[in-house]
Design a binder for this molecule. Structure first.
Ligand SMILES: [Zn+2]
Length: 432
């Protein structure tokens, strides 16, 4: 659970025999017995800390081996028996002291890793405090009734407005709960709130406790975060639904939004101005409304086709295949339990194998969550109606656009600014 078995080439020199313990120390005992019978000239060890479970045990083992006239060479600590045979100056003494300190630390570290590993094996939460919104129960996280609603509210706010900093401010104002931006991003990505355990080694075991957000909501958050990378936080234009989604097809420039009011246009006009365009493109600015109405036209025309293509049959077939694999893995888990009851497998072997199977189930569930939504066709009916878009508030509109569109490319604009050619790249286009 805590490390990979090193291969035999690891030592880089010729080896007579290899002694390797997993968990217990039977091989170490055998090594000492063999040495007593027939002492080799040297003994290579990865780290002296592997000679015991405490510094005391380690030094005792070293003494036993060295008294047989065997040279110990430790790779990690730069230790050779002959180097430290006679300690006659302060420099050597200091060096040896450092080595002992190092070993003490390594033994402590290993104990920690072992307890983390044991928790993983038994699918227990990792050591440490439970994440905000949960309490640590006997063998899993349990919902903290006092704080989970705050977390829930945070997620709902984010799902509606898709702004991290806004959601942070909302928590501070409504609950006087102040969290850092980095904490908020961590919440949004944290598998714990989706009901999964997330270990330090990045391994995820799914459905270990009650989730605060559903898998669908989790997938939605992932999509928002993905498309969010395009928008600069705090930019004034973030209030407009097209903000951050536009790119110039020719020069890749992004756009800023500018308000114009002059004699020619007595009413306020919103203009989109490419920020990095070198002037080689055939326009200097575009009317916001013109782009917006063309985007809606295109969505209403293209999205129904897209949802048909992505949903039937590919993503459904893929989902079915993944679900079958999950089912197969669950069957294995049940068989393992039977084998343990019948004493064909011991508890340790069963937990280790079950852990790996659970890991695989977690990955499969992750893959399902990342597939286009099941009801894409139903959604398509709603969002292909232009009126749907014009009835939305700017915030809602921005939210929905981000759900479906990765980028809007402006290809060309005609001189009178009456006609514009754009390309939409949908989020679900490249996934399947
Ligand atoms: Zn350009």
């Amino acid at each position: 659970m805590i490390e990979i078995t090193p291969d035999s080439f690891f030592w880089g020199c010729e080896i007579e025999a290899i002694y390797q313990d997993i968990g217990e120390r039977q091989q170490l005992v055998k090594l000492i017995r063999d040495c007593e019978k027939n002492a080799p000239s040297y003994l290579l060890i990865r780290s002296l800390s592997e000679f015991g479970n405490s510094l005391d045990e380690v030094t005792k083992t070293i003494t036993v081996i060295e008294e047989l006239g065997i040279e110990i060479i430790a790779i990690d600590e730069d230790y050779n028996s002959s180097k430290f045979k006679i300690i006659n100056n302060s420099k050597t003494k200091e060096k040896l002291l450092n080595i002992w300190n190092d070993i003490r630390q390594k033994i402590h570290q290993k104990k920690l890793l072992k307890s983390h590993g044991n928790n993983r094996l038994n699918i227990l939460p990792p050591p440490g405090k439970a994440p905000f919104g949960y309490l640590k129960g006997k063998d899993s996280y349990i919902i903290n009734r006092a704080t989970s609603s705050i977390v829930r509210d945070f997620f709902e706010h984010f799902l509606l407005y898709s702004s991290v900093s806004d959601s942070v401010r909302y928590l501070a104002k409504k609950y006087d709960k102040k969290i850092a931006l980095s904490t908020a991003i961590n919440w949004l990505k944290n598998p714990v709130y989706r009901g999964d355990l997330n270990y330090k080694n990045k391994e995820i075991i799914s459905d270990t406790h009650t989730p605060i957000i559903s898998r669908e909501e989790g997938a939605q958050i992932d999509r928002i975060l993905k498309s969010h990378r395009l928008v600069k936080p705090r930019s004034a234009s973030a209030n407009y639904s097209l903000a951050g989604l536009l790119r110039c097809q020719q020069c890749e420039s992004s756009f800023r939004i500018s308000k114009v009011k002059n004699k020619k246009y007595p009413e306020k006009y919103l203009y989109l101005i490419p920020t990095k365009c070198q002037g080689n493109c055939n326009y200097k600015s575009v009317k916001y409304d013109l782009v917006f109405s063309e985007v809606i036209n295109k969505i209403c025309r293209d999205f129904p086709l897209l949802s048909k293509n992505t949903n039937s049959p590919d993503s459904r077939v893929i989902k079915q295949q993944l679900e079958t694999k999950i089912k197969e893995n669950e069957d294995i888990l049940n068989k393992l339990k039977t084998l343990e009851i019948e004493k064909i497998l011991d508890k340790e072997t069963t937990s280790l194998r079950s852990y790996k199977i659970n890991l695989e189930i977690g990955q499969l569930k992750q893959q399902i969550a990342q597939l286009p939504p099941d009801n894409l066709e139903k959604i398509a009916v709603a969002i292909s109606n232009p009126q749907f878009w014009y009835d939305l508030s700017a915030i809602e509109c921005r939210f929905y656009l981000r759900e479906f569109i990765k980028v809007i490319k402006i290809n060309s604009v005609n001189k009178e600014e009456k006609y514009i050619d754009i390309t939409l790249e949908f989020i679900f286009q490249s996934n399947v």
